[in-house]
Design a protein around this ligand. Structure first.
Ligand code: C5P
Length: 402
């Protein structure tokens, strides 16, 4: 059974689609999952806790302040004891609460405290779905790593039609299976580097670059979704820590290398960070403007993390993947980089200004390995990450079978 032994915490919010969530409980259990249900007050106006309890075979949790529920199961343990939190239906109201970090009932408190992946199945009236507030809330939640299925377009309540119908239970089940990844990388360890590094010039100034960390963070999240025990070594970025990933925050290239070496051994290393090639000899005090010529920066070379991790030896990860951000002669330069650094795969991407890769959400990449070049279509960074994680899982499974 595809979901055997997996534990789902299903949060049912108050919308007419809640009736489909009863079927979702049944479908998840048919596949071997254990389902524990939380219902909001509004959800209980649409379907009864008794119906959900009968189908889940477990108590249904409804009240943040219930003495009985708290004594039997502290509300924070509900998410801690799940592999995945599913919100279906996710109403506009609950999405807004999640985005704002409100916690005024059991469902929103669990969602704020959860350290597990979250999958939402939105359902609402088309005008609510298309409202700028909902669009902004959703973009924020997705940036934080929340997964989404649907909504679909079609007939809605109140004789309306358009996008807003909750995905069908079997579609949600497929998304659950994808989120849990069937554990294609379970038992594997991964290290991912992401973001820029900051190299100090003095206590207040530093050299940096335009890397946003979006691609690296998405890769760490995708590997974790496939079950890999993932350490993300991140330079300074404004990206939130992905769920289910251990994040080590660093500033400089040397700190990044030390954190990676501490995280070894690993089966997989993906170096997506834009590590500064050089650092300055940092002045101990703030450099002062004086009459006379401006100071000259004396740069020294930083360690190459990718090349270090790629060095043959018994601590070398089985698969080392690098990135080649280039502004010209993309494939040629990337192939040379793969040979020079000794990594297994290089993901080549065009970071010239017209491509909009730095800081943007889209990425067009080419995967270069021993066999040659694989061109991927333009994808979002999340999609690049998901594909890469799947390719890594396939590669390691093949190697294990050899
Ligand atoms: O900067 P460069 O084009 O050499 O980066 C290519 C690859 O090497 C990237 O995967 C990057 O993360 C990695 N790199 C590194 N340490 C450095 C420089 C680059 O890990 N000092």
């Amino acid at each position: 059974m595809p979901l055997q032994g997996r534990r789902i915490l299903l949060i049912i919010a108050g919308g007419i689609a809640a009736y489909k969530s009863l079927d979702l409980i049944r479908r998840l259990r048919e596949r071997g999952a254990a389902v524990r249900v939380v219902m909001t007050a509004a959800a209980q106006r649409f379907v009864t806790p008794l119906a959900a309890a009968s189908l889940s075979g477990d108590q249904v949790y409804t009240d943040l302040f219930s003495l009985t529920e708290e004594s039997e199961m502290g509300h924070l343990r509900l998410a801690a004891e799940a592999d995945l939190v599913v919100v279906a239906p996710a109403t506009a109201d609950l999405l807004a609460k999640m985005a704002a970090g409100l916690a005024d009932d059991l469902a929103s408190t669990i969602l704020l405290a959860a350290d597990k992946p979250i999958l939402i199945a939105p359902a609402m009236n088309t005008r609510m779905w298309l409202h700028a507030a909902t669009i902004a809330n959703l973009a924020l939640l997705e940036r934080r790593g929340v997964e989404r299925i649907g909504p679909n377009a079609g007939p809605l309540a109140e004789h309306e039609s358009g996008p807003g119908r909750m995905a069908e239970p079997l579609e949600i089940v497929a998304a659950v299976e994808q989120c849990l990844g069937g554990g294609a990388l379970s038992g594997r360890r991964a290290i991912v580097t992401s973001g820029p590094t900051h190299e100090p010039l003095d206590p207040v100034r530093y050299i940096a670059n335009r890397s946003s960390g979006k691609q690296g963070h998405a890769i760490a999240a995708a590997l974790a979704r496939l079950g890999a025990e993932t350490v993300l070594v991140s330079g300074p970025t404004s990206e939130p820590d992905p769920p289910g990933v251990r994040v080590l925050h660093v500033e400089t290239a040397r700190e990044m290398l030390a954190a990676c070496e501490k995280a070894l051994p690993a089966d997989i290393a993906v170096c997506a960070a834009a590590v500064a090639d050089w650092r300055a000899e940092a002045a101990p005090q703030k450099l002062k403007k004086k009459n006379g010529p401006p100071p000259t920066l004396k740069l020294v070379e930083n360690p190459d993390i990718l090349a270090t991790l790629s060095k043959p030896g018994n601590r070398r990860p089985r698969l080392v993947v690098g990135f080649a951000a280039e502004t010209e002669k993309l494939i040629e330069h990337a192939q040379a980089k793969r040979a020079k650094k000794g990594c297994d795969w290089i993901i080549a991407n065009d970071v010239s200004a017209p491509a909009g890769t730095f800081g943007g959400d889209a990425n067009t990449v080419h995967v270069i390995d021993e066999a040659g070049v694989e061109d991927w279509p333009p994808l979002s960074k999340r999609e690049v990450a998901a594909r890469l994680a799947t390719r890594i899982a396939r590669f390691l499974a093949q190697k294990a079978a050899e």
